[in-house]
Design a binder for this molecule. Structure first.
Ligand code: FES
Length: 85
């Protein structure tokens, strides 16, 4: 899923009950990572199929060369929080 906080788009991923958050827009062009395909720890951009590691934000394959920013998450009382700096 994605949300916007103070103009910043954030994507949140649920990997078997562990939550991760990255910048919500691809570092290549304008595509929402929340609309990407997830395979294990990897998310594929919906526009040109660049791959990123969800846990680290690392760019894994062309055309993406710049990592996604990652954000810490925590769960409290059943709610997922994203620590946006
Ligand atoms: S916009 Fe994501 S790979 Fe091009």
């Amino acid at each position: 899923m994605r949300f916007t906080h103070k103009g910043r788009c954030i994507a949140v991923y649920n990997l078997s009950g562990e939550f991760y958050a990255t910048s919500g827009i691809c570092t290549h062009e304008h595509a929402f990572m929340s609309e990407g395909y997830i395979d294990g720890e990897t998310v594929e951009c919906p526009l040109h199929q660049g791959l990123f590691n969800i846990r680290t934000g690392a760019a894994l394959s062309p055309p993406v060369t710049k990592n996604l920013k990652t954000f810490k998450t925590k769960i409290e009382n059943g709610q997922v929080y994203v620590l946006v700096d």
